[in-house]
Design a protein around this ligand. Structure first.
Ligand code: PXL
Length: 280
């Protein structure tokens, strides 16, 4: 058997709401990789639920990383998402310096907001930090709002024109990140999709599929975790994006048929077997 790959997952645990680590760990582990979480915080539920309570783990993260360094842990990939405080960006930078070897893939999802606004607990002061982390990544997966924040332009609301997305891709190219995916693009034809730029091939592409009504928190996390799984399984980048997008859209369609309120996230668990098949 091939040596199992180990992936560090820097993200929060939102106990209720199927996002961040409660999406990433099951997806990445089911695809055959070892998930090693570095929790940024523990939330009773994600921040779109009124009255959530949280424990911020800023003070613990560095000592976890130091312990891993002492016991000689090495990672094949590092995937970072939601930071509970902007100070954690400093710890993540150090983590990347310590653990990102020449063959370690780094995926940064600069989680900050959606639909033109910041998430609860996140503000302007995170943008510069996320900008820097994106510049250290091999792959970034902002949604349109996060891409606009990082590009330093005013946030807009959907639908988004193809010209606006092309302009965003051009601006994000300045980060020097080899591969860029802008997610959650609602276009003028009522579809949803993503835009991709690969600096090796210098090619940009957009993919769209029909869209279910409304939005699901955590869909971006399901997408990023599936993309990480597909890329680490050896899929070529553009194919990996298409696999992640079709898996996420399938989960959206299936969840939209249930009567669970949308804030509980995507019912991705019963669908994971399809992702396992697609990344094989
Ligand atoms: O899915 C992004 C996300 C991650 N973590 C927490 C969140 C959100 C979005 O609201 O609140 C705690």
């Amino acid at each position: 058997m091939e040596k199992q790959k180990k992936i560090a997952l820097i993200n929060d645990i939102s106990c209720v709401g199927r996002c961040s680590l409660t999406a990433a760990i099951p997806i990445i582990s089911a695809c055959g990789f070892e998930s090693v979480p570095l929790p940024t915080g523990i939330f009773s539920a994600h921040t779109e639920f009124d009255g959530f309570v949280c424990t911020d783990l800023t003070d613990k993260m560095q000592s976890f990383a130091d312990h891993w360094k002492n016991i000689g842990i090495r990672f094949d990939a590092i995937y970072t998402g939601y930071l509970a405080t902007k100070e954690q960006a400093e710890t993540v930078k150090r983590f990347l310096i310590d653990f990102k070897k020449s063959d370690t893939l780094c995926i940064v999802d600069p989680v900050m907001g959606d639909n033109g606004t910041f998430y609860n607990r996140i503000d302007e002061s995170f943008v510069g930090e996320m900008h820097f982390l994106c510049s250290m990544a091999d792959i970034i997966t902002p949604n349109v709002t996060e891409a606009e924040m990082i590009a330093g332009i005013d946030c807009t609301k959907p639908p988004y024109s193809a010209d606006h997305i092309k302009d965003l891709l051009i601006k994000l190219r300045n980060l020097g990140t080899p591969k860029i995916v802008i997610t959650g693009i609602e276009n003028e034809d009522g579809q949803i999709g993503c835009a991709v730029y690969d600096s090796y091939t210098r090619k940009a592409n957009m993919f769209f599929t029909p869209k279910a009504e409304g939005r699901f928190p955590g869909a971006g996390d399901v997408f990023a975790a599936s993309l990480a799984s597909a890329v680490m399984s050896g899929k070529e980048f553009t194919e990996a994006v298409q696999i992640a997008m079709s898996f996420t859209c399938d989960c959206v369609e299936k969840t939209a048929l249930t009567d669970e309120p949308r804030r509980f996230g995507l019912q991705f668990e019963p669908q994971i077997y399809k992702l396992i098949k697609a990344v094989k």
